[in-house]
Design a protein. Structure first.
Length: 127
């Protein structure tokens, strides 16, 4: 009997793809911005807010992943800069399916308009 396999997660996802995948539960979407940024724009619907500014980031992420470094995770920040750096760090430390939502919340000229300009759903940050 063979076990079902999930296709590998692409290294980059557009905001609409990430929104669809977070909604259907095929990825864990993590917003790595700061609480101040979450206050201004809210979080992407379906995302967990987990800032990377503290040493506990990896432990908190692993807790959300039930300790399974193979679970598919997509990272989003403001413009895709922080996520690409954190993605590389996590991949170098044994995580296997980490995608970068490289247009971010605010968009950037090379990757796309971003979650907010695309009108994708957000939820308020409760603090």
């Amino acid at each position: 009997m063979s076990t079902p396999t999930t296709p590998p997660l692409p290294s980059r996802l557009g905001a609409p793809e990430a929104q669809t995948m977070a909604a259907d539960g095929s990825i864990l979407l993590i917003d790595i911005r700061t609480p101040g940024e979450w206050m201004k724009s809210g979080l992407p619907e379906g995302a967990k807010g987990l800032t990377v500014t503290g040493p506990e980031f990896v432990d908190q992420l692993l807790k959300l992943m039930d300790g399974d470094k193979t679970k598919p995770v997509a990272l989003i920040c403001a413009t895709g800069n922080r996520t690409s750096q954190v993605q590389q760090y996590l991949l170098a430390n044994g995580f296997t399916q980490i995608a970068d939502v490289n247009e971010g919340m605010m968009g950037n000229p090379t990757s796309g308009p971003g979650w907010l300009l695309r009108g994708l759903p957000t939820i308020p940050y409760a603090g």
